[in-house]
Design a protein around this ligand. Structure first.
Ligand code: MN
Length: 294
């Protein structure tokens, strides 16, 4: 059960208190990365981690579907990273921090920040686990080799991932024609295809390696349920679609790390912040209760 005085500790995910949020026993480590150096339209992704963590203090910590209380595995929330403005420097700092987390066998959960933060997290995961694949849930392909003068722009994050491991892209509905040459049509499920595919979850699972890193750009959701993001795109997936994907992958594969990025909070609408927090908690519930969700 969550504690009555949870609001006294708004910095920890789920407003957890010791010992549930202590580093040593935690199976999960949450890394807030408040970086917004390269976004192109609505600014404010640097405020995402704080808003997500504040909302997370209001979640029920019992998960109905998995009949579990995953916080009992221990979830530590690290101090927000002090991010330099330069995207490459930021990526290096994220990677170093993430490497120390995975060295201590924590399941890595990054909170953005804009999508460029994922490059450091993915590099740390590849270094630790070797043969992984990255499942990207996103409205945008993010396959530009270079953008805005940098290889580490948010629009390049999957180009960088693809250099070191196989990727699968789901929910994509906005891209530049130049990105077509670098995408693999057999490893991308566009948003319009998701809604007509006979078994999209099987399609996804069959393309993943045993170990999976999950990167969720919140703009994969339809803006009707997730308006608080920098570049909202119509025609997105719904909450239950995303749950179906994570349920399937968590039960059949080994999700070794994840991130949730591009929350651009609106102070007068807290529902999207809560959705982002619950997305992490539900994912963790399904990852750790894999036997139960089949
Ligand atoms: Mn993205």
């Amino acid at each position: 059960m969550k504690s009555q005085n949870q609001l006294q500790n708004p910095g920890a995910f789920g407003a957890l208190e010791a010992p549930d949020c202590a580093y040593d026993r935690a199976k999960v480590a949450i890394l807030p990365i408040p970086y917004d150096g390269t976004s192109t339209w609505v600014k404010g992704a640097d405020k995402g981690p704080e808003a997500l963590l504040a909302a997370s203090g209001n979640m029920e910590l019992y998960d109905i579907e998995t009949d579990s209380e995953v916080y009992q595995k221990g979830i530590v929330t690290l101090n927000p990273l002090d991010c330099p403005a330069d995207p490459e420097e930021m990526v290096n700092i994220v990677q170093q921090t993430a490497e120390s987390m995975v060295r201590d066998d924590k399941l890595l959960v990054g909170i953005g920040g804009e999508h460029s933060v994922s490059t450091g997290l993915i590099r740390a995961a590849v270094k630790k686990y070797g043969n992984i694949s990255v499942l990207q849930l996103d409205a945008h392909a993010d396959l530009r080799n270079e953008y805005g003068g940098s290889l580490y722009n948010h629009a390049c994050v999957m180009a960088r991932a693809k250099e070191i491991c196989p990727i699968v892209q789901v929910g994509i509905r906005s891209m530049d024609s130049s990105e077509k040459e670098s995408l693999d049509p057999d490893r991308i499920l566009y948003a319009h295809q998701w809604f007509v595919h006979s078994n999209p979850v099987e399609w996804i699972i069959s393309r993943l390696t045993e170990k999976v890193y999950l990167t969720i750009d919140l703009d994969v959701f339809d803006p009707a349920v997730m308006p608080s993001t920098g570049t909202p795109e119509p025609g997105g997936l719904w909450w239950n679609d995303i749950m179906k994907i994570i349920r399937g992958v968590a039960s059949r594969k080994n999700i070794i790390g994840m991130d949730v990025v591009e929350l651009c909070p609106n102070p007068s609408d807290k529902a999207p912040d809560f959705l982002a927090a619950k997305l992490i908690y539900r994912s963790l519930s399904m990852i750790f209760a894999k036997e139960k969700v089949r």
